[in-house]
Write a protein that binds this ligand. Structure first.
Ligand code: BTN
Length: 271
């Protein structure tokens, strides 16, 4: 693995409940070096955001957790870990899908969408000490070669699905695409480690303005009038995403200039 530290210490397990759980257990029981990754071919109890589950076909995708020790971050800066993870995934996808046909976006807080379908999800679990963060487990699920998502087919996608669709369109000979082969998951995993390391080092160097700008630039529905659900009141409202604050709240402008700020879980974008 061509990196400085992310992925230099590596645990691969054929089957495991959840790579995040395994990485958290490592942190409790041994002292894994920063950058340790845990990945598996089969997560039997993959965990998603908001208590949901994360299902992934055996040996088709990437399910990985990265151990970081961002002790230089204060508590109100923890959202930067979400930002850099999303940016790292954005850069990996931009490299693997190098074509204007693919509209890659970061959906707040850190889902990655391509052409409005979800290709990756992130679950970050932090351990806090008095002043700030002690360590973090960055869990990443990226759909790579899975071709069918059953009832989620209209909302989920994978690298392979996207590439095949594109070549089908190009050739109109949908049976034999020139690239009817799988992505090499080892290469994709290495790219994730490299890009995450790149962005983490920018964060460590306190390059937060650059991170804020890059994240905002790729944000899904930025400056586009949209509909939302307020999860607290269970009501629909119209507004426009205009920013994400440094501590990770979504800024939605309602009407001409009424600014509203939402914490994670308080609001959902309808699209
Ligand atoms: C989401 O979008 O809801 C977040 C999904 C996060 C899934 C990844 S897969 C690797 C890691 N281990 C887990 O149990 N979850 C994360």
């Amino acid at each position: 693995m061509q990196t400085l530290f992310i992925g230099q210490s590596l645990f691969f397990l054929h089957e495991i409940e959840s790579t995040n759980t395994y990485a958290n257990d490592l942190l409790k029981n041994v002292n894994p070096p920063e950058g340790t990754i845990v990945h598996t071919d089969n997560q039997t109890k993959g965990r998603g955001q908001r208590g949901s589950s994360w299902n992934s076909e055996i040996a088709q995708n990437i399910t990985v957790s990265v151990v970081l020790k961002p002790t230089f971050l204060s508590l109100n800066q923890h959202f930067y870990l979400s930002k850099i993870t999303a940016l790292a995934l954005y850069d990996v996808l931009a490299e693997l899908l190098p074509n204007s046909q693919y509209d890659i976006k970061i959906k707040w807080p850190n889902d990655i969408l391509v052409n409005q379908k979800k290709i990756a999800g992130v679950l970050i679990e932090n351990t806090i000490q008095q002043q700030g963060l002690q360590h973090s487990v960055i869990g990443i699920g990226l759909n790579v070669n899975q071709a069918n998502f059953d009832e989620l087919n209209s909302t989920a996608t994978s690298l392979k699905t996207l590439r095949l669709r594109y070549f089908d369109k190009l050739s109109n000979l949908s049976t034999q695409s020139p690239l009817n082969n799988d992505f090499d998951r080892k290469i994709v995993l290495e790219k994730i480690c490299q890009q995450l390391e790149k962005w983490y080092l920018k964060l460590k160097a306190n390059n937060t303005e650059l991170i804020d700008l890059a994240y905002k630039t790729q944000l899904f529905k930025l400056n586009e009038p949209s509909e939302f659900i307020n999860n607290k009141t269970q009501t629909l409202f119209k507004g426009t995403i205009t920013d994400v604050t440094k501590d990770g709240r979504l800024e939605i402008t309602v009407g001409n200039e009424e600014l509203n700020y939402f914490e994670l879980k308080e609001v959902r974008i309808i699209f």
